[in-house]
Design a protein around this ligand. Structure first.
Ligand SMILES: Cc1ncc(C[n+]2csc(CCOP(=O)(O)OP(=O)(O)O)c2C)c(N)n1
Ligand SMILES: [Mg+2]
Length: 687
């Protein structure tokens, strides 16, 4: 064995092991990013061998520290760490890095690899996820810990690079984390001055330490990221900040990308491409690493192995939880229920009773306030009432608005505002739609809460990639998006969504609900909280919408996403409508009935839920061969698939809106009674 190797300090060997696992896996895959793992190896050694509290045998242990790799292109660093510390991630999976069906995908994906806390790759969002996790930890601790009984007490650690720092969402997330004083959030900035295009001097000149100090963070500047002891000292300082609750900490680590590669260290070349056989050999020689690819010396394995200390730490926590359970049995049961993401016993019955109550068909077992909603009500207002009803039954409901609380209507009596010094259940996210959405993902991933966030539907674009990530990660996040059409009126085309409904429906695994009245709004909320395998987005109206009468079976059918709201003896035309256009469809039905034309109205609040129904249900709702007319105040493109094989037309909006009172806009855009009557006549007259 090489003398230099055996004399090298164990920390150096550990760092080199991480380097070569990344180098060799990227080499085998012929693709990937070796530069970041090579550059952050010592930082990883300091954190993962000395400070991270986790148990590789129990990746879902509630009180584990959360680790987020926001610069997710360095995925091999995380896979190497998970493998070496003892997670169920065998070396064969590292050999199959980036291959089909491996547990080592190109970027970390939660649910695919034990120990991966969130899916990262879209730069900057990992940091915002981590802010959500740290907020969840803080709020959960406030709700459950009792004097002498601390069962929630963990830290959230983040690795992030220049790319994360350049992304605007880093501002939203860091600014929010500062004002909320999330002191157990500790981030390491990989300050290597390189991004894909080369040396960042030409496009990234921020004074990052000053920027984070201005947010109220503790900044530990100018740490040598290749000195394990220096990083360790910085971590101790960060932990003291956490203990003293003086805000989150950023540790600025000067590093060299691709450290160890004689020809490529410090250059963008090593960011996202294999080193190549010759350079791999040169790096092995330069670092004195004689081991074959994927071969790890025993002393390195021993140094990383976190199974024993992890098990001991978890056992100690378990003992604390048992003492807690003895003193506070109800709270303990509630803690376990919430961390498991389970709804309270009897919730389904309660939710159905609430729904019946809203429908003014209250049965004796309904304990909610069954105030009549038969009057016209804006679905945003109905949504607020739904939140209030559910919040009483679900202490895990935690939500807020991106500075539009009084327009989105997301608060409820007694919710309490979440502030740095005061736990609550309603979050003023500030004007930070993207940061909010990514933080909601972090809250959901952390567990213990069902998070929701709100803005105007038109600004869903600002949050869009985080909404996509909620869907990709199948997280129970609820988006409340109000002012859902041109009918919002005077604010004009900048505020009037036109393409948003169809475009959001394109996101796989996202349920988009557009309810037509208070009843469907409650049903949509019930479905959203009950859905455990993905996010839901509720598009709600600014304007009042009339109540629709339903039989009990129809009430239940709302959850199917589409159902027959009003039928005809002999159906000559099926009118499909969503949200505010359902009332228009009902009026059209009445007029055509006067002329002896039978119209069935299908309310379709959620096409995704409808698509999941059995084929015979769908065919029963949309009978083959009967002409179909769709009414929706949005671009029509999403509807053509529901018209395949039948005569059909869509009344929608093909252009941007205009600034005017809604009553004048709707006729202008062909969405009034006369216009839809004309569209129906044309369709019926077409052979
Ligand atoms: C939102 C987003 N935009 C672009 C990319 C593509 N991308 C991946 S890494 C990277 C550069 C990142 O630079 P840095 O964080 O400094 O990483 P380093 O090269 O230092 O590892 C870019 C542009 C991405 N993953 N996400
Ligand atoms: Mg960089």
């Amino acid at each position: 064995m090489n003398m230099r190797l055996t004399q090298a300090p164990i920390d150096t060997l550990c760092a080199h092991a991480l380097r070569f696992l990344a180098i060799d896996a990227v080499e085998a895959a012929k693709s990937g990013h070796p530069g970041m793992p090579m550059g952050m190896a010592e930082i990883a050694v300091a954190l993962w061998t000395r400070h991270l509290r986790h148990d590789p045998a129990a990746p879902a242990w509630p009180d584990r520290d959360r680790f987020v790799l926001s610069n997710g292109h360095g995925s091999m660093l995380l896979y190497a760490l998970l493998h070496l510390t003892g997670y169920e991630l065998p070396m064969d999976e590292l050999r199959r890095f980036r291959q089909l069906d491996s547990r080592t995908p190109g970027h970390p994906e939660v649910g695919h690899t034990p120990g991966v806390e969130t899916t990262t790759g879209p730069l900057g969002q990992g940091l915002a996820n981590a802010v959500g996790m740290a907020l969840a930890e803080k709020l959960l601790a406030a709700q459950f810990n009792r004097p002498g009984h601390t069962i929630v007490d963990h830290r959230t650690w983040v690795f992030l690079g220049d790319g994360c720092m350049m992304e605007g969402i880093s501002h939203e997330a860091a600014s929010f984390a500062g004002v909320q004083r999330l002191s157990k959030l500790i981030c390491f900035w990989d300050d290597n001055r390189i991004s894909i295009d080369g040396n960042v001097a030409g496009w990234f000149g921020d004074d990052t330490p000053a920027r984070f100090r201005a947010y109220g963070w503790n900044v530990i500047a100018a740490v040598d990221g290749h000195d394990v002891e220096a990083v360790d000292r910085a971590i101790h300082e960060a932990l003291a900040n956490a203990d003293n609750d003086i805000g989150p900490t950023l540790i600025c680590c000067r590093t060299t990308i691709g450290r160890g590669s004689p020809a490529k260290a410090g250059s963008a070349e090593v960011h996202g491409a294999p080193l190549g056989a010759a350079e791999v050999a040169a790096t092995r020689a330069a670092l004195g690493w004689p081991h074959a690819p994927f071969e790890i010396p025993d002393e390195v394995r021993a140094a990383f192995d976190a199974r024993e200390p992890g098990a001991a730490r978890r056992a100690a926590w378990q003992a604390r939880v048992e003492a807690y359970a003895a003193a506070f049995p109800d709270e303990a049961a509630e803690f376990h229920r919430r961390m498991a993401g389970e709804l309270p016993v009897g919730f389904t019955v309660l939710a159905n009773a609430i729904l019946r109550g809203v429908h003014n068909d209250c049965s004796s077992d309904c304990t909610s306030d069954c105030a009549s909603n038969a009057a016209s009500v804006a679905t945003r207002k109905a949504g607020q009432q739904a939140i209030g009803r559910l919040a009483r039954a679900l202490p895990e409901l935690l939500g807020g608005s991106a500075d539009l609380t009084h327009s989105n209507l997301t608060d409820w009596p007694g919710c309490g505002a979440v502030r740095a010094d005061r736990p609550g259940r309603h979050i003023n996210w500030g004007v930070r739609e993207f940061g909010m959405a990514a933080a909601l993902n972090g809250i959901a991933l952390h567990g213990g809460f069902i998070p929701f966030g709100a803005t105007f539907l038109v600004f869903s674009d600002y949050a869009r990639n985080a909404i996509r990530m909620s869907a990709l990660m199948r997280q129970r996040v609820i988006y409340v998006m109000t002012h859902d059409s041109i009918a919002l009126g005077e604010d004009g085309p900048t505020h009037q969504p036109v393409e948003h409904l169809p475009s959001l429906r394109l996101i796989p695994q996202l349920d988009v609900w557009r309810p037509c009245d208070a009843v469907e709004t409650q049903a949509a909320w019930n479905a959203a909280v009950a859905r455990r395998d993905g996010p839901s987005l509720l598009a709600l109206s600014r304007q009042n919408l009339p109540h629709q009468a339903r039989a009990p079976a129809q009430l239940q059918a709302i959850g199917c996403g589409g159902y027959v709201l009003a039928d005809a003896a002999a159906t000559a035309l099926v009118v499909i409508a969503t949200g505010s256009e359902v009332a228009l469809a009902m009026a059209l039905r009445a007029r055509l009935a006067d002329e002896g034309v039978g119209v069935r109205v299908v309310s379709m609040p959620c096409t995704a839920a409808f698509d999941r129904q059995p084929a015979d249900y769908r065919a029963a709702v949309l009978p083959p061969g009967v002409p179909r007319l769709v009414l929706e105040a949005a671009r029509p493109d999403a509807w053509w698939r529901y018209l395949a094989g039948v005569r059909g037309a869509v009344v929608g909006i093909e252009r941007f809106g205009e600034s005017a009172p809604a009553g004048e806009l709707l006729p202008r855009f062909g969405l009034d009674a006369e216009a839809v009557m004309a569209a129906a006549r044309t369709l019926l007259a077409t052979p």
